[in-house]
Design a protein around this ligand. Structure first.
Ligand SMILES: Cc1cc2nc3c(=O)[nH]c(=O)nc-3n(C[C@H](O)[C@H](O)[C@H](O)COP(=O)(O)OP(=O)(O)OC[C@H]3O[C@@H](n4cnc5c(N)ncnc54)[C@H](O)[C@@H]3O)c2cc1C
Length: 345
């Protein structure tokens, strides 16, 4: 039995932690935010929830399907979401025929996108193995073969670990390892990380309480989700169309990777105004929203993955997992976390 620390409670970290526990290890998960889910997240507002990160997930990998089928309660959390309603829009908002890959089943977690990882994290939380609001600042090791200690941003120390798994975005893993100095700086994973590139994503959340007056079910287009080739916007979806959500008319708008990169350091108000204008051009909805909020994901989407499922260095007791090793989707994070844990176990 090893004592293992997992940093990050997103899909990759929770998958790795669960698998390591099943293999008989003693696992502690450290997460900087107040709940599990990572980029599979749900923003709660007075107007209802927004899946402002992951929009939906696919189930292509048989191992992911097995987990969804066999982990008790998972099927009750996952719901199919009108997949074939996804359209592709041109820059003027005109519908272009949806290409075939968009027609595969799309799933969401219910009542919000974070529900699946939270459900899977529940046994760890109940066993006191999940430490929220604990941002790991750096790692240290007393000797070459000594145990790892995690040092939190608040100065707290968590020691005695035989192995540490970093289940966080590549840029954050790179920073954390560099902060940790030797021997973490000799880790091969640090050298390969420069091959990975990740794009940001500005996200706009909109609610229209007035649209839910009697006799008016919703505003604007008949479709619920669309990709777009508009230079500002890559994706639009009607949050209120997802299963298990409150009916109040809500939209989530994701800027394109290129536009998000160009406007990375812009003021949020300016970004909001520009995305709202583009949203009106694409949907025809020109009404004033009752609620509008932007969120910047700095490390949203992998553009260039590492191309291997995980990194595990037994001599150092250090491992890496996360979507960025394989791709940019929830399933990539799952497969990466699972593969690392099976290798380590
Ligand atoms: C806007 C957006 C839209 C997306 N749309 C889709 C989609 O439609 N379909 C799809 O399949 N995928 C989508 N994705 C990608 C999907 O969200 C990711 O592939 C997946 O959630 C990644 O999981 P992960 O566990 O690898 O990383 P994350 O979910 O990022 O988890 C990492 C966790 O580590 C924590 N953390 C980071 N640093 C530290 C630290 N130092 N100490 C402690 N904790 C730390 C973070 O708080 C986070 O909880 C989208 C992502 C974004 C941002």
């Amino acid at each position: 039995m090893k004592k293992i620390a997992v940093i990050g409670a997103g899909m990759a970290g929770i998958t790795a932690a669960r698998t390591l526990v099943q293999a008989g290890h003693q696992v502690s998960v450290f997460e900087k935010s107040h709940g599990a889910g990572g980029r599979m997240s749900t923003r709660v507002t007075p107007y209802g929830t927004f899946d402002h990160g992951t929009q939906y997930f696919t189930v292509r990998d048989p191992r992911f399907l097995k987990a969804l089928t066999e982990v008790p309660g998972s099927q009750a959390v996952c719901r199919a979401w009108s997949a074939n309603a996804v359209r592709v829009l041109d820059a003027l908002g005109r519908v272009i025929e949806a290409p075939l890959p968009l027609r595969e089943p799309h799933f969401v977690a219910s009542p919000g996108m974070n529900a699946l990882v939270r459900h899977w994290a529940q046994p760890l939380e109940a066993a006191g193995q999940l430490h929220f609001q604990t941002q790991v600042q750096f790692l240290k090791r007393t000797s070459a073969k000594g145990a790892w200690t995690l040092v939190g941003a608040d100065g707290s120390q968590h020691g005695g670990f035989d192995a540490v798994v970093l289940a966080i975005p590549s840029v954050q893993a790179d920073y954390l390892l560099r902060q940790s100095g030797a021997p973490a700086s000799q880790f091969n994973g640090l050298k390969v990380m420069s091959e990975v590139s990740v794009a940001p994503c500005w996200t706009l959340m909109l609610a229209y309480p007035l649209a839910n007056q009697p006799g008016l079910s919703h505003l604007g287009p008949q479709w619920n989700a669309a990709r777009s080739v508009h230079h500002r916007i890559a994706w639009i979806s009607r949050e209120s169309s997802k299963p298990g959500r409150a009916p109040l008319e809500r939209w989530t708008v994701q800027a394109s990777a290129e536009w998000s990169m160009e406007h990375l350091e812009d003021d949020g108000d300016r970004v909001q105004a520009k995305l709202l204008k583009a949203f009106a051009e694409l949907t025809g909805i020109r009404a004033e929203p009752g609620y509008a909020q932007v969120h910047l994901w700095r490390y949203a989407k992998t553009l260039q993955p590492l191309g291997q499922s995980h990194v595990w260095e037994p001599s150092l007791g250090l491992g890496l997992c996360g979507d960025w090793l394989l791709g940019h989707r929830v399933e990539d994070a799952f497969v990466s976390g699972l593969s690392l844990a099976l290798d380590l176990a």
